[in-house]
Structures are given as structure tokens and as C-alpha cells.
Design a protein around this ligand. Sequence first.
Ligand code: KIV
Length: 289
Amino acid sequence: MGGKVTVPDVRARKGGQKLTMITAYDFAMARIASEAGADMILVGDSLANVVLGFDSTLDVDLDVMIHHTAAVARAEPDSLLVGDMPWMSYHVSVEDGVRNAGRLVREGGAEAVKLEGGRKRLPVIEAILKAEIPVMGHLGLTPQSVNSMGGYRVQGKAVDEAREMLTDAIAIAEAGVFAMVLEGVPDVLARIITKEVSVPTIGIGAGAGTDGQVLVFHDVLGMHDGKLPKFVRQYADLRGQAVEALQRYFRDVQSGEFPSDEETYHMGEEAEKALLEGPSSDLSWPLSW
Ligand code: KIV
């Protein structure tokens, strides 16, 4: 693509070349994602799990999300920067939701926000959009609803549930979201939603029929030792490579191989000699080191 990706660029890709989105949570990851050509970077609340080691995304608040979003923004990625609204940042009141979306933009540098839920969230989605902040929707297995869902389960497997989700998707698309994530839903339902809504759908565990795909950075690059979900394809083993590289470094330190002369600072020969010989009579020289 080349150049900064904008919300209208993403909208225009509906039904065209597939959209790519990857999560990133800090400056270095954002540089990597942008250089690799990600259309969108999502500073997801999945950082609760993969960066901070919590069990669920319910453990991060807006200040944490702003902190990480701002680090990603400082990388000045070409990718569109989407900031995730954490649990309880848009559930208390519409006013609160708009104010918090504004903080993610003003303090975090997000160019759009993502929030979970369908018709239930229409008032807050509409109000954020009225504040000129682009909104990405998120339906299906919405991790912030883990307790009401009774665990992390594929959603929309029953016909009535699938119809409800389709109605939600149409409603948030008509409200004006510029794209929506479909997470953990059966392939056929993702295809139907993708056909019925006018905005791009971005799948994660939703099969190949969506307008784009998103995965978590740590999953794609193999940065964990835990079990990966069925929908993840791991493209690298960075954890394995990192462990191996650190082991070589520690071995070199212990054997005296590191640092070498080339990795060491020196004074000029004369200055070094003068220093070693002693500069003045009032110091006992050479110093006893
Ligand atoms: O928080 C996150 O990373 C997400 C993606 C998995 C869509 O919401």
C-alpha cells in the first residue's frame, strides 16, 4: 500500500483486497507491524493477558490502555491506529464513554476506537461517532463478557443466537461503525454477516470469509509457551530464538568471550599511558584497582 492508512481507506476495501490487522502494545512492536505493512494496528485490551500476565481483559483500565496506545503512537505507524476501549470505560454512561474515547484519542493518539457489543451499545456508539471519533465494532466472542458468556466459547452456534448476532451487526453498521471485528463465530455466520453489512468485517477465529483478519502479535510470532487457540497460525518461534540467543550471551559473559576488544571503549594511547603512570604527586599512584 504505502502511506498512511486512514478510516476511509479501510471502508473502501470492503469486498476488495483483504485487510490486515495485528495487535501491538509498544513502540518497537508498532515499528515492526508498520514496516511489515499492517493496514491497522490494534492496541487491544488483550495486552492484559499477553503483556501484563492477567487472566482476563477485565483487569486493564483506561489509563493502562492510554499508556500503551501512546507508546504505539510515538512509533508513527503508517497503519491506522485503533485503540481498544477497556471494560467499564463505556458501560457506565454514554457521557462517560464519549469522554473516555476522547482520552484514548487525545492522550493516547488513537485514530479510532474499538468497543465490544451490538444493539446494547448503540447509544454509546452513536454518541462517540457524533464526537467525530471513528468506531470499530466487535461482535461474537467478546472477551469483556467472559462472565456473562460463561467462558470463552464460540458464539452464534445456535440459529437464534446467529440471527441475533446478524441483527446486531446490521444495527452497528447502520449506526456508522467503519469496520467490525467478528471473533469466535462459525464460518457460515461470518460469511452471512460479511455479505449483509456495508462495512468491512475483520475476523479472528471466524473463518476465511471475512473482509480481513486480525491476530494477536504474540500468537503470530510465537512469543508464548502456552497452548494456542485453533484459529492461530504461528509464523515464527521468537520465544525459542530469544531463549537460545540469551543462553549464548550468558555463556559468552561467563567464558570471558564477551565483551571483545571491538566492543570496548579505549582512550588514546598516550592518555592511557599517562593515566596509568599517574598524573600528579599528591595522589598515590597507581590507584589500587
Ligand atoms: O484485544 C484484542 O486484542 C482484540 C482482538 C483479538 C480483536 O480485541
